[in-house]
Design a binder for this molecule. Structure first.
Ligand SMILES: [Zn+2]
Ligand SMILES: [Zn+2]
Length: 369
């Protein structure tokens, strides 16, 4: 049981056997002390880190997961192959899981829900068996392309291509520091968006999740740090909503648009940018739900004094009257906690439904786009 009182199902526990290559790769980077770090290896590191970061953010995320701009079939393949080089499985796997994260943000169905703790949202969800398969229904629009299915099925091909190329160009140092080193940093930078970007930074928009905006994460991930902006308005290709919000993935996509390789690049409309702001007093449902879950867990934990049966019996013997009173209180807390949880859940569901209806009504009335 973790801090929030959530029990881990067996398929949510780390599978050390299948996770071994992932963990081993971290350790292998230390071989840099043996191979040394050549200037060529540093160049390979930088090219592979920023290059693959772009393919993940612009390709796997903004294109395949969110369709926030359009590409031709050739460029689509380039994005899928480039993202594949980051060793984060195939585009169809990645995007179908990411769509699930948005559909069920911060709920039990969110496959890397930050409500299940930092470790789980960072890597726990990848190291267990639960999320090995990808959901075809969630990504039918891209699953129809045989080349994308091929790359997702044989997801080892792109990273091995990158690894072999790094070795041919930079020797052992190129492979160990240039390729493996940048791969590990790339992994954790990407994972930070699932973990840190839901706990560190500021919330501009009231959303039903805990997403935040962080300039630091935006620098590290070529613009993905504006995660609250993104959860609030996923349709936008641009995640830094203002000129001062560093978003190089978007700038590069704009260049692709300029030379005719990308089109229909979506921007956040002004009306969207200035609505639903926390500072204007919008009810911040996501944070309320988060605090509520913590408060519920705290009440739950009051009752959790991990004592053995013998110890409990000894306590009851020592003062039977006190033991009875304790039992009464525990029962009272449990009963009220359950009733409270139910009432709040109803109120929250009604509030979310009201929000949806209001938006639909606004669209019908033509007040918004
Ligand atoms: Zn997203
Ligand atoms: Zn998120």
């Amino acid at each position: 049981m973790n801090l929030h009182g959530i029990e881990r199902a067996p398929e949510e526990r780390v599978n050390w056997k299948t996770s071994f290559p992932f963990l081993l790769l971290h350790a292998l980077v230390l071989l840099s002390f043996v191979t040394g770090v050549t200037p060529t290896a540093i160049a390979i590191f930088l090219v592979l880190f920023w290059g693959r970061m772009f393919f993940i953010t612009a390709g796997y995320h903004r294109y395949f997961s969110h369709r926030s701009y359009k590409l031709g079939r050739g460029m689509q393949f380039v994005m899928a192959f480039g993202g594949g080089m980051a060793a984060q499985k195939g585009a169809l796997w990645w995007a179908s899981h990411h769509r699930n994260h948005h559909r069920y943000s911060d709920t039990e169905l969110d496959l890397h829900s930050p409500q299940k703790g930092f470790w789980w949202s960072h890597v726990g969800w990848i190291l267990c068996d639960k999320n090995n398969a990808w959901d075809e229904d969630g990504i039918r629009d891209f699953a129809k392309f045989p080349e994308l299915r091929f790359l997702t099925k044989h997801d080892w091909i792109p990273p091995w291509t990158a690894g072999v190329a790094a070795y041919l160009i930079g020797g052992w140092s190129g492979l160990v520091f240039g390729f493996l080193g940048s791969t590990v940093l790339l992994w954790h930078s990407t994972f930070f968006i699932n973990s840190l970007a839901h706990v560190m930074g500021r919330r501009r928009y009231a959303t039903t999740d805990t997403s935040r905006n962080s300039a630091l994460l935006a620098v590290l991930t070529m613009g993905e740090g504006w995660h609250n902006n993104h959860h609030y308005y996923q349709a936008s290709c641009r995640q830094g909503f203002y000129w001062w919000e560093w978003d190089p993935s978007y700038y590069v996509i704009r260049v692709l648009g300029f030379v005719g390789l990308a089109k229909d690049i979506k921007e956040p409309p002004l009306r969207v940018k200035t609505a639903a702001r926390v500072r204007d007093g919008q009810f911040d449902m996501g944070m309320f739900k988060n605090y509520w879950a913590k408060a519920g867990a705290a009440l739950h934990n009051v009752r959790l004094h991990h004592r053995s049966d013998d110890e409990t019996a000894a306590l009851a013997d020592a003062d039977p009257e006190l033991a009875t009173r304790r039992e009464e209180l525990e029962e009272l807390i449990a009963r009220n906690r359950a009733a409270l949880a139910e009432h709040v859940a109803h109120a929250m569901a009604a509030a979310e439904e009201l929000g949806r209806l209001t938006r639909r009504q606004e669209r019908q009335a033509g007040v918004v786009d």
